[in-house]
Design a protein around this ligand. Structure first.
Ligand code: SF4
Length: 733
């Protein structure tokens, strides 16, 4: 039986519409809208949606006398619920950032040197198209690879697909949530998606495993977390570090890093041995329970204690607590889950616990996300390309992303030339130097390229390696693709300019369209201005474009999202039509059909495992030049256990350097001496320690975890890069 994936299903169910929509006034429109606002002496409120991170909260931008003044959450938006997070509020700083890229740049020095010629858009795009055509003619379209992050990349990808390119990738898959989506798709036939379908606000009990809600600042999720605390939900936090979330928990399990799957297997063991699972649900909706029962027998809490350091009685007590509140209880699927290179198997264990709790599409656990149906624009079909994607030769990773691709796979092919050469990278909105593990390999790959194009808003490290840098407007200054996220209610949100760009920056859609024209692909842009495109889609769905522009969001009719509301429980996208405790797809590809545990390597004597995560006021390495956010958190610190610090004679606030197992030494960084972390690991916020001199405010502030992550382990199931197997020593400066 052919597996009908959720992705395929979405393609099939997407309606295609013929005919032209109602068109509006072309490229002048953005200018006239903004000049009207700028002339207005008073306060003008313009709705849009945030892009400081990918949660896409609806916002209201306040413009006073033509100047951006402040941002607020859009009260009708389900993702912001009228409030922005600290980063979202600080979005104003992105517009005013004096270090922003201001005009197109063309390199005049060797790569690695930072000498540039400021040029015109015409010249930069002519040069770019000429290089891309040269490479395509010589090596074929397969020699061009694209790395993209965020909704702004949609139009660029459209242009490049029309050009014959198939090698697309996004770090959000292979460096972030890929294993989670693959594991859920294998078990339930559906992914978790973003924003997550977790019903935190109605939950009576939930477990967070290495999930730092509160530091991981996803707006509505954090608001729901606060609601759950207020309602007295039982929270279980499993983390080597006593996080903000741990401080709100009833149970804190300071697990030995890398042993989470052992704990999860023991939880499954107790659920089954003590018959705490939902028997009716398991009988009716799951596949492979009897085999699971047999498989799980050896994984007792006593066995897990040896691995995890968590007392058997605490293992029993916590899973009993989760079972007590089923189905309004769940184990959170996490978000950044590429840890040790066997991450699909770990998340599979999470999916199985949730299945045993019978909580799929149940209130207080996982709701069924719903989505506004907005027809696609009727573009001509892309050219058929029969070459194999470069990042997954012979389907080496059988469950690699179909659309998101494998960033590391592209890099590796660029270095080796296998299975075929990659000669150009096009990088949109992602700082690969700080995102990919092993910076040396990234630079080695860049040095093999004939051409590197970067489109960004700031002079990030990857921009400083580019041959051409194109400065994009920031999200408050541009139109973008619609926000049609799946969530609790169907909705559509618009991104539109709140304020004019200060220099010669251009919108991503404009760059993509102009590039297409230079590449002879004009037929793929029947519209001249993005507003024609947006209006077409909105009006094809029977909605008012004017209303969308005025309100920022249109909410559709409520639909049932819980079984409790009459939703049917069906699993049409797995091979068996059931929740697969036993994964038939993994078994068919030679993997264990049940989650496996591999003991992680121990840090050598004198070394500590390097863990990393998020500060609530920055996003990755994208926001450190934002003056408002840097006022709040200007540099990162390294959390060191108090006893360890005492032995090393390090005091709180001392500057230290970290040196990893391969001899890479970090920039100096402050020590945060605390009892809130285990003695076998250290922890730091990701995204600091910038080395681009043009990021004047962020230059060499704090240390870069990415620099120290030279070792990575690839998940054999989906090709993600586990990055938590690096060890460091600590030296006082
Ligand atoms: S969570 Fe914060 S930064 Fe992310 S989109 Fe929402 S307001 Fe913006």
């Amino acid at each position: 039986m052919e597996r009908l994936t959720r992705r395929k299903f979405l393609q099939i169910s997407g309606t295609t519409f013929a005919g032209a929509g109602l068109l509006v006034g072309g490229t002048k429109m953005i200018q006239s809208t903004l000049s009207a606002n700028e002339k207005n002496k008073g306060v003008v409120k313009i709705p849009s949606y945030c892009s400081i991170c990918f949660w896409k909260c609806g916002l209201i931008g306040y413009v006073k006398d033509g100047k951006l003044w402040k941002l607020e959450g859009n009260p009708i938006d389900p993702l912001s619920r009228g409030r922005l997070c600290p980063r979202g509020n600080g979005g104003v700083g992105q517009h005013y950032d004096p270090d922003r890229l201001q005009a197109p740049l063309v390199r005049i020095s060797n790569r690695g040197g930072e000498e540039w010629k400021v040029t015109t858009w015409d010249e930069a795009l002519n040069y770019t198209s000429q290089k891309l055509v040269e490479i395509k003619d010589k090596y074929g379209p397969q020699a061009i690879a694209v790395f993209s992050h965020g909704p702004g990349g949609a139009f660029l990808k459209h242009t490049l697909r029309a050009f014959g390119i198939k090698n697309f990738s996004a770090p959000s898959f292979a460096q972030c949530r890929g294993p989670r989506e693959v594991a859920f798709e294998l078990t339930y036939g559906e992914i978790i998606g973003s924003p997550e379908r977790t019903d935190i606000k109605n939950s009576k009990c939930f477990a967070l495993i290495g999930s730092h809600i509160g530091e991981n600042m996803h707006n509505s999720q954090v608001q729901e977390f606060a609601e759950a605390i207020e309602k007295g939900a039982t929270i279980i936090v499993v983390d080597p570090r006593f996080s903000i979330a741990a401080s709100k928990a009833k149970y804190y399990l300071p697990i030995k890093p890398g042993t989470d799957t052992a704990l999860l297997l023991a939880w499954i063991n107790v659920l089954i041995q003590e018959k705490l699972y939902d028997r009716d649900f398991v009988d009716k909706y799951t596949f492979g329970f009897e085999q699971l029962k047999e498989y799980i027998e050896p994984f007792t809490p006593e066995w897990a204690f040896v691995e995890t350091g968590i007392e058997p009685n605490l293992i029993r007590e916590t899973i009993r607590e989760l079972a007590r509140y089923k189905p309004a209880s769940f184990v959170h699927p996490g978000r950044h889950v590429n840890w040790y290179g066997n991450d699909v198997q770990r998340i599979r264990a999470i999916t199985i616990i949730n299945a045993l709790l019978g909580n799929w599409n149940r209130k207080g656990a996982f709701f069924k996300p719903v989505k506004m149906e907005i027809p696609k624009y009727p573009y001509p079909p892309y050219p058929e390309m029969d070459y194999e994607v470069v990042y997954n030769p012979n389907s080496k990773y059988p469950f690699a992303g179909e659309e998101e691709g494998l960033t590391q796979g592209i890099r590796s092919a660029t270095i080796t030339g296998e299975p075929y050469p990659i000669k150009a990278w096009i990088v949109y909105g992602t700082n690969l130097i700080q995102t990919l593990p092993n910076q040396k390999e990234t630079i080695e790959a860049i040095n093999k390229l004939d051409f590197l194009l970067v489109i960004d808003v700031i002079p990030s490290e990857i921009a400083m390696w580019a041959d051409v840098v194109l400065p994009e407007t920031v999200y408050l200054e541009r139109y973008d693709e619609l926000n049609i996220s799946s969530f609790r209610v169907p909705f559509v949100g618009i991104r539109q300019p709140v304020v004019a760009p200060p220099h010669d920056q251009r919108d991503g859609w404009w760059i993509a369209r102009e590039l297409a024209i230079k590449l002879g692909l004009e037929k793929f842009y029947p519209w001249k201005h993005i507003e024609e495109y947006l209006r077409y889609r909105i009006e094809s769905a029977g909605l008012s474009y004017e209303q969308l522009k005025t309100d920022g969001i249109i909410i559709g009719e409520e639909q049932p999202i819980y079984v409790d509301d009459g939703l049917n429980l069906e699993f049409p996208y797995t091979n068996t039509g059931k929740i697969e405790l036993y994964s038939t797809q993994l078994a068919a590809k030679g993997f264990s059909p049940f989650p496996t545990y591999e003991r992680p390597p121990e840090p050598p004597p004198g070394y500590f495992r390097l863990l990393f995560g998020r500060t609530p006021v920055h996003t990755f390495s994208m926001t450190q030049s934002n003056p408002i956010l840097m006022d709040m958190v200007a540099e990162n610190e390294v959390w060191i256990n108090s006893d360890v610090a005492e032995t090393l004679e390090i005091k709180n606030g001392d500057y230290i350097v970290l040196k990893n197992q391969d001899g890479v030494v970090s920039n100096k960084v402050k020590a945060r001496v605390t009892q809130r972390i285990r003695p076998d690991c250290v922890y730091m916020y990701h995204g600091f320690g910038h080395t681009s001199r043009r990021l004047r405010r962020a230059y060499l502030k704090g240390a870069s975890d990415a620099q120290l992550i030279t070792r990575y382990d690839i998940d054999p199931i989906m090709g993600g890069t586990g990055m938590n197997n690096n060890f460091v020593t600590i030296e006082k400066v």
